[in-house]
Design a binder for this molecule. Structure first.
Ligand code: CP
Length: 306
């Protein structure tokens, strides 16, 4: 597989050129074909050691990165902050430098603080991949989301994508907006006024507060979770009120004039932002997103290891 990214680390979609995104998609396509074979492993990263540092909980991203690394034949070490010396006061830099001194080549990091991946990339001598930094960016999620839309509907250029929910606290929203806009899609955000940041229009997105209108406009709706763990005050009267106004049900979906594609990055709060019937229905590509995550992460790891 030929080609080179314009970046040394993957810190955010903000730093990527369209050509980088296209190269990641092309490489992921090749890896996805390999993942359909009986033998799913390739020797591409046989001499590399990768550390997965998770300072915040994760199911999909952590397992997906680990599987991608093992499919590429890398040696893998896992670190969970809750079971480490971080609880004894060790700093992020000290933690990472100690891990790197064990001859680690690449670091995949999830951290609750926005900017932590950029901070690390400036201070340690290793390739850094951001697996989500607070409410800032989640670049591999945006790449797998855009890849999944393209796989389902063809070209991203000209498509209309609505991102619905807690935009204010969502790293997935920001990375998705940046990625989809670079790929030529039109993006709308939809949610309660209190959960839509004031600066959002400056990113070139439409803003809609009415769910029905947003769904009528779009080809794809990406339903986001309410991030209660990042909310220090109440942004709406109650979860029940939120669900009444912004929860996606089969009744709403069937009332639209066209069939739209439904996405969700997970974890899902069934019955809050999306009903089970919709999440598991034939318009949903939620599990395809998860499947594509492994190929996208293999592509990112492979391209950054060169
Ligand atoms: N989509 C996502 O980042 O899920 P996890 O928090 O489970 O990794």
């Amino acid at each position: 597989m030929e080609g080179k990214l314009s970046v040394k680390h993957l810190l955010g979609i903000k730093d990527l050129q369209l050509s980088d995104i296209e190269l990641i998609f092309k490489t992921a396509e090749n890896f996805k074909a390999i993942l359909q074979q009986p033998i799913k492993k390739v020797p591409s990263l046989r001499d590399k050691t990768i550390a997965n540092l998770f300072f915040e909980n994760s199911t999909r991203t952590k397992l997906s990165f680990e599987l991608a690394e093992r499919r590429l034949s890398a040696d893998v070490v896992n670190f969970a902050a809750s079971a480490s010396s971080v609880s004894k006061g060790e700093t992020l830099i000290d933690t990472v430098n100690n891990i790197l001194s064990m001859k680690v080549d690449m670091v995949v990091m999830r951290h609750p603080n926005p900017g932590s991946a950029v901070f690390l990339a400036k201070r340690v001598n290793s390739v850094i991949i951001n697996a989500g930094d607070g409410a800032h960016e989640h670049p591999t999620q945006a790449l797998l989301d855009a890849y999944s839309i393209r796989e389902k509907l063809g070209e991203l250029k000209g498509l209309k994508i609505a991102i619905v929910g807690d935009i204010l606290h969502s790293r997935v929203a920001l990375s998705n907006i940046l990625c989809l806009k670079k790929c030529g899609a039109e993006v709308m955000v939809c949610g309660p006024t209190t959960l839509i940041p004031k600066y959002i229009s400056s990113l070139g997105v439409k803003v809609e507060y009415n769910l029905q209108k947003a769904l009528e406009w779009c080809d794809v709706a990406n339903m986001l979770r309410i991030q209660l763990e990042r909310q220090d005050i109440s942004y709406f009267p109650s979860l029940r009120d939120y669900t009444q106004q912004y929860g996606l049900t089969k009744t709403i979906l069937d009332s639209l004039s066209k069939k739209i594609v439904i996405m969700h990055p997970g974890p899902i709060n069934r019955g809050v932002e999306i009903s089970s019937e919709v999440a598991d229905g034939d318009q949903s590509i939620i599990l395809q997103q998860v499947e594509n995550g492994v190929a996208i992460r293999m592509a990112v790891l492979y391209l950054l290891s060169n």
